[in-house]
Design a protein around this ligand. Structure first.
Ligand code: NAI
Length: 474
């Protein structure tokens, strides 16, 4: 059956469904096509389930140290199935919320596989969406004025090592783990590798990370990642940098034999499981790009202009499928911008420097703006100040003084170039830095703000005062 819309969104992940809601607010008759479940990777395989599991592991660690807070407990154990059940309940409840939002916003949701068709009797331009179903239902044909492609990304694998979903896993497999392995090798010391390493170690698994580049987390400030590395190693995680995985084969025992190369030498180790965390690839398979003039870049991500239009100006693409910063909050921002462009509405634009990034490991990492390596490379005259959590009273109360804040300031303008945090719950603090960056505040202004005492957020005031030469506790 054929249906007309102002906008059809291909993919009902976080980027897709939030875009749909903004489109309806702008008066567009909107439909979403989703082949699996509304909420996508973020809700079902990424942000939410992984943070739920990390929370369980963090509670486990906290109970282990409860005696230092004066709380006597018996020896705790980690019950993976209970943690998975809690995670599933959180996901189910949020999924129900998203489904409800689609109804209250009168957004039609087609639960099938969407494919873009070329020019046809239905439309002289490419962009009609054929929705195909698993059962014997007839295809639906959606005829939109505009399309937003928000099909997201999937875990990448290596040419020499593919996932068998049993021993060689991707992050999609790990969210539904039924048993903790005794040991795991994680290939890739990026965000996914580090978060899973943290969860698995804290839950009791022996973890080794193999990272091909010189340092783990190359996109983050090196002072932060060096300290994070020390903290993770102190906990017992093994991190091997400049280590390129060569092969992983199953021996006759149940162990995997892993070979990697470091400085021209081949090393061997065994582990129960291996996680591939080597990046994510665009979900463009069989979505009909060949029926359009849409271009993809060398890595397979859809090419768009500054308004998120593809080569077909009425077809937009947002989120992981266009590459760049593969973050849920970036996808929703891009979707909002795309539909505002369709509706000819202008709102403020954020620069790359105003996008926060977080790692929900234990300890956590959060950042916004440039790293010190970037400001050096760009030739800024800059000043950095570092305040340890040791200087913050509330961090002592919380029992977590492992970490610090680093602020990078342009010495000519007093502008904030970057803010970098390491420590417990710093992902909850980086929003303050987002506000400061959005309002273009200077270090002086940040030092004049009143922060409640005692709170970990006082670290912003301490760092900004340090820039002014008025350091108090640091
Ligand atoms: P990534 O690109 O951040 O890291 C992959 C790492 O694997 C790189 O450091 C790379 O050098 C390494 N690598 C590649 N090939 C290798 C080999 N053969 N041997 C050893 N190491 C190798 O990708 P990742 O961690 O998979 O994350 C994908 C995307 O998802 C990222 O953009 C990330 O920001 C996003 N994400 C964000 C989260 C958050 O905001 N908290 C959580 C999870 C993912």
């Amino acid at each position: 059956m054929a249906h007309n819309y102002d906008l059809v969104i291909l993919g009902g992940g976080t980027g897709g469904y939030m875009t749909a809601i903004r489109a309806v607010q702008l008066g567009l008759k909107t439909a979403v096509v989703e082949k699996e479940a509304l909420g996508g990777t973020c809700l079902h395989k990424g942000c939410i389930p992984t943070k739920a599991l990390l929370k369980s592991a963090s509670v486990f660690q906290q109970v282990k140290s409860a005696a230092t807070f004066g709380v006597e407990t018996s020896e705790p154990t980690f019950n993976l199935m209970q943690a998975i059940e809690r995670k599933d309940n959180i996901v189910a409840s949020l999924h129900e919320g998203v489904t409800h939002l689609m109804k209250t916003n009168r957004i039609d949701v087609y639960e099938g596989y969407g494919r873009i068709l070329g020019p046809s009797i239905f439309s002289p331009i490419a962009g009609t969406i054929s929705v195909e179903y698993d059962d014997d239902r007839e295809n639906d044909l959606l005829i939109p004025k505009n399309v937003v492609i928000a099909t997201g990304s999937s875990p990448a694998v290596l040419p020499s090592i593919k996932s068998d979903h049993e021993d060689i896993l991707t992050s999609d497999d790990l969210v539904n783990l039924t048993e903790l392995p005794a040991s795991i090798v994680i290939v890739g010391g990026g965000v996914i590798g580090i978060e899973w390493a943290s969860f698995l170690h804290d839950a009791g698994v022996e973890v080794t990370i193999l990272e091909a580049q010189e340092h783990i987390l190359p996109m983050f400030d090196q002072e932060i990642t060096k300290q994070l590395k020390r903290s993770l190693e102190k906990k017992g995680i093994t991190i091997v940098e400049q280590a390129k995985i060569e092969s992983a084969t199953k021996t006759e025992a149940t162990k995997l034999q892993v070979q990697y190369q470091k400085k021209d030498q081949i090393h061997q180790m065994t582990a129960d499981k291996l996680l591939l965390a080597v990046g994510r690839k665009a979900n463009t398979y069989k979505i009909g790009l060949e029926n359009t003039d849409i271009q993809v870049d060398q890595k397979g991500f859809i090419s768009v202009n500054q308004d998120f239009q593809t080569e077909e100006s009425h077809i937009y693409a947002i989120g992981d499928v266009i590459g760049g910063r593969q973050l849920a909050h970036v996808a929703t921002y891009e979707g909002k911008k795309a539909v505002e462009h369709i509706a000819d509405v202008t709102t403020s634009t954020l620069s790359d420097q105003e996008i926060p990034s977080c790692i929900y490991s234990n300890p956590e990492v959060a950042m916004i703006g440039f790293t010190e390596q970037e400001v050096k490379q760009k030739g800024y005259d800059y000043q950095t100040e570092k305040i340890s959590l040791q200087a913050i009273g509330k961090a002592h109360v919380n029992g977590h003084t492992d970490g610090f804040m680093k602020i990078i300031i342009d010495t000519k303008t007093d502008d904030i170039l970057g803010i970098h945090l390491l420590g417990e719950h710093v992902t909850e603090l980086i929003g303050q830095a987002s506000i400061a960056k959005y309002f273009d505040s200077s270090a002086l202004e940040l030092s004049e703000v009143m922060y409640p005492h005692p709170s970990v957020g006082e670290i912003f005031g301490e760092a900004a005062q340090a820039v002014q030469g008025r350091k108090i506790h640091g």
